[in-house]
Design a protein around this ligand. Structure first.
Ligand code: FES
Length: 105
């Protein structure tokens, strides 16, 4: 179990307990806590509704080509943009802080 802080679109931080033994990703974790993350594509890197900004310098795995391609098409992309569904919950993510990106519509 690790701690991940998710800052919602009203700038409110939520400290979430993230299980690292259930092959979950950050999008699924947010949904489990009923944060406003749609995850429309089910975690296939195809919708960008799980777009978030990494707020601290925790070392994360490099984005895959699929993630890069989707971020190329997403709105409000910044240097620290990632797709939550592509971030698998592992011990390395302990202490991660992310902020949810604005929705496109
Ligand atoms: S849930 Fe669709 S891109 Fe992450």
């Amino acid at each position: 179990m690790v701690k991940i802080t998710v800052i919602d679109r009203e700038d409110k931080p939520h400290v979430l307990d993230a299980p690292t033994d259930m092959s979950m990703n950050l999008m699924e974790l947010c949904k489990a806590y009923e944060l406003p993350v749609e995850g429309t594509c089910g975690g296939m890197a195809l919708c960008s509704t799980c777009h978030c900004y990494v707020q601290n310098d925790i070392e994360l795995p490099e984005p895959s080509e699929d993630e890069e391609d989707m971020l190329d098409q997403a709105f409000f992309v910044e240097d620290n943009s990632r797709l939550g569904c592509q971030l698998r919950l592992t011990d390395e993510l302990d202490g991660l802080v992310v902020k949810l990106a604005p929705t496109a519509g």
